[in-house]
Structures are given as C-alpha cells and as structure tokens.
Design a protein around this ligand. Structure first.
Ligand SMILES: Cc1cc2nc3c(=O)[nH]c(=O)nc-3n(C[C@H](O)[C@H](O)[C@H](O)COP(=O)(O)OP(=O)(O)OC[C@H]3O[C@@H](n4cnc5c(N)ncnc54)[C@H](O)[C@@H]3O)c2cc1C
Length: 410
C-alpha cells in the first residue's frame, strides 16, 4: 500500500522503516525536515527501565516546593493555565492508586518491548554502533528521599529489573566526579543511551530515503477521505494521496487527530537543556539527579545537562532563564563543575496525563492510525511503537496488546 507518515521525528522515522519492511510505499512528511523534532536535542536515553507514570507519589511529593519556584523543575505559564486545566484534571485523576497501577502496567508493557525493538531496528540498519551500554545512574542528595526510594527499587527488583543500590562511596567509585553531597545512588546496569539523538534521527531518515521512502517537505494541514483513499493537503496547497495514513506529528498531532473524531488531551511538556564540550562534567554514564529535575548525558558530541517540565504551549518563546536555573541546581550534586558556555535548546515533549502514548486507529476512519504522545520516552519507545503500528496497518495481531494505548480510552 501507499502509506503517508505525517511527522518525521523519531517515531515517524521508526514507523517508516517498519512499514518499508512490510513492502509498503512510504511518504514521510515533515513540516521542516524534522528540525523542530523533540528527538533532535533530547537526552538520548533509551530509558526502558522507567516504569512510573508522571502522575505518581514521586511528583506529588516534590510538587509543593517546585510550585513555589517559577524556574523550578516543573512550572505552568499562567497564560497557558486555562487551556491546560482539562489535562490537569485528568492528571489528578491519574494519580489515584488504581490508575497508577493501570498506567504503570501499560508503561511496563511497551517499555519491555522497547530495547529488543531498537536492537532489531539497529541491527537491520547496521546502526548498532550508535548505542552506548554503560548503564544509567540515579543519585540523591537528600538521605530521607534516598531511603524512601528503596520501596520502588524493591518493586523493580521483583519485576526482574537489575539494579544496585550504592552508598556515597559506591557512587564515587563508579563516578569519581561526585563528592560528599551525594547521599546515595542506584545503578541500572542494563540502561543505555545513544551517541547523539540527532545522529540517530538523521541516520533513520537518510536510510529511509535510501530504502526508497520519499521524504516530503511540507506541513500537513488537512487529511480527508478522497475517492478510494485519503488525501493529505499540505500548507503549500500541494496534495498527496495514500491508502493509509499514520499521524506521528509529536506535540503537534492534536489538530490532525481532531479531523478524525478524536479530541485527545495532548499537551506539551517543554524541556530545556544545554550541551557542553564532551567530558566537561567528568561523568561517564547518564545520571538522573533525583529531586532536582536534572538529567545529564555524556553524549559523543558533548555533555548534555537538561530537564525541567514547563507547560506553556507550542507558541510561547523559550525562557532561557530555565537553563540558568538548571545549571544553578546542578551545583547541588556537582559543586565543582564549571559548565561554561554551551548550546542551549528547548523541545516539546508530546504528553498525555496518563503517561501512555496513543497508538491505534482513529475513531472515524480505520485507515488512519496514530502514533504520538510518548512524553518523556519517545526515543525509548519509537521502535516498539513502529512494530505495533506496522502490525495494525497490516491487520495482524501486534507484538503487545495495543488496547491500553487506544485513543478511545479518553
Ligand atoms: C529535554 C528533553 C529530553 C528528553 N529526553 C529523552 C530521552 O532521554 N529519552 C527518550 O526516550 N525521550 C526523551 N525525550 C522525549 C522525546 O524527545 C519525545 O518523546 C520524542 O521526540 C517524541 O517523538 P515524536 O516523533 O513523536 O515527536 P517529535 O520528535 O517532536 O517529531 C514530530 C515531528 O512532526 C513534525 N510535524 C508536526 N506537525 C506536522 C504537520 N502538520 N505536518 C508535517 N509534519 C509535522 C515536526 O516537524 C517534527 O519533526 C526528551 C524530550 C525533551 C524535550
């Protein structure tokens, strides 16, 4: 079939490859050659061991302190609040214990598929050299919070996730850049990251073109039934036709889904980072600085320091003070770091209040599929999502039950 994939970020690019595997003819449509994709500048973690939804006791514990700091790890722009209210109401509802349990299960199922799916994809494209397997480390400065985290780690252990709890000396043995401020840490030895997410995305797009996918530059303004198929009208006025359409436009997917009867509560959690010279922080593996809303990544192309969740919509200009605030907070765990100048970036996480993506058919037209809303885990879950979407397009049973990701859950 001819399939148009709308949105050529990491999810769309991975979906394109899975569709090419099945022998489909693929148009990968992107409004700006994927320049604005969140996948361009993210932290590069294949965070397949994260099993907690954002709406969890962890966030609620920190919320009172964070809410008081406009540049803190989580903030809401007052102008965006009215539009965000329905999302927030669902977020509160997602924090009930029964919902947390259901959301965790849905997250675990797709996370379990994520690493094997990337391994298959990277092996098929000969890109295995882009994966770094040095594990992922969480560190705490607050001894009480570190002690409290033991309950979660016990649950993770019971799920078979390898991990090692470390005291200060244990953390410093594997990451000597840390000092006395660290109360403890947890090493996840099977955690992984990529050389640089922009390189991964660039390679996927380039190889899709080599496999005869057509990379179309243009913003899809309207998708509609037309004759036996579907027509995609670009903002330029040009029209494409397809037998199937996959909407994978990240944080911009909501309007497109609305055209097919699905009013999904998609919002964006904007995130910021700064990339310094390689080795600037002296850390050898990705680190989550728990409670500070900071993740650091030793990418091949530079040390990236990022995080923060800002609800301010798609159009507000970046607030670069947030990067200064991230660097100031980093002093808590790495007091001797001298970050200096670097490249600042802001990206749009496409987020649902239950921390699950939407993967499935549209309500009004069985030929239109969705693959968006992966929040903090779009790089992690892209290859898994692609395998699910390819099965749904082919009418096969997907590798995991897709029901928990259906748009109909809203
Ligand atoms: C600071 C930060 C750090 C992160 N770190 C990680 C991490 O370490 N690991 C991880 O797994 N995830 C991480 N994420 C999340 C991850 O980047 C996203 O979940 C992921 O990029 C979403 O992929 P996507 O393809 O759905 O969207 P995107 O990557 O945003 O791509 C969407 C694409 O759709 C295109 N588009 C939009 N509208 C249209 C239209 N109408 N027509 C045509 N094209 C359109 C856009 O141009 C864009 O290229 C991070 C995000 C941020 C912001």
């Amino acid at each position: 079939m001819r399939v148009a994939v709308i949105g050529g970020g990491i999810v769309g690019a991975a979906v394109a490859h899975a569709l090419l595997d099945e022998g489909h003819t693929v148009d990968l449509v992107d409004k700006d050659g994927s320049a604005s994709a969140a996948a361009r500048g993210n932290a590069g973690w294949i965070a397949h061991l994260d099993i907690q939804p954002l709406a969890s006791p962890k966030v609620w514990r920190h919320l009172p302190a964070w809410a008081l700091d406009p540049l803190g790890p989580l903030s809401i722009a007052p102008a965006h609040l009215p539009r965000l209210l329905p999302w927030l109401a669902r977020f509160v509802s997602a924090s009930r214990p029964s919902r947390i349990e259901a959301n965790s299960k849905a997250i675990q199922a797709i996370q379990r598929l994520s690493m094997p799916a990337w391994e298959r994809r990277f092996a098929a494209l000969d890109l295995g050299g882009l994966v770094r397997r040095r594990g992922i480390l969480d560190v705490w400065t607050d001894p009480a919070a570190f002690a409290a985290s033991a309950a979660l780690h016990k649950r993770m252990d019971a799920l078979g996730i390898p991990l090692e709890r470390l005291d200060n000396a244990g953390v410093r043995r594997i990451e000597p850049a840390f000092g006395a401020a660290i109360a403890g840490g947890v090493l996840f030895p099977t955690g992984a990251h990529v050389a640089d997410p922009a390189i991964v995305l660039g390679k996927l797009r380039e190889l899709a073109a080599l496999r005869q996918a057509r990379l179309v530059d243009g913003k899809a303004a309207r998708v509609a039934p037309s004759g036996d198929g579907l027509s995609i009208t670009l903002a330029s006025g040009e029209t494409l036709t397809a037998e199937r359409v996959v909407i994978s436009a990240g944080a911009w997917s909501r309007e497109l889904a609305r055209q097919f009867g699905d009013d999904v509560p998609l919002d964006t959690e904007r995130g910021y980072n700064i990339t310094l010279a390689p080795g600037a922080l002296g850390l050898t593996r990705p680190v989550m600085h728990v409670g500070l809303g900071i993740a650091t990544s030793p990418l091949d192309t530079g040390d990236r320091i990022g995080g923060s969740v800002e609800f301010a919509g798609l159009d507000a200009p970046p607030n670069w003070k947030r990067v200064d605030a991230i660097l100031a907070r980093l002093k808590r765990t790495l007091p001797d770091a001298k970050p200096g100048e670097g490249t600042r970036w802001m990206g749009f996480r496409p987020s649902f209040p239950d921390s699950r993506p939407v993967i499935g058919r549209s309500r009004d037209d069985g030929r239109v599929f969705y693959a968006f809303g992966h929040g903090h885990h779009g790089l992690t879950q892209a290859a898994a999502t692609a395998e699910i979407v390819a099965a749904l397009v082919a009418g096969r049973t997907p590798p995991i039950d897709a029901a928990p990701y259906s748009p109909a859950r809203f």
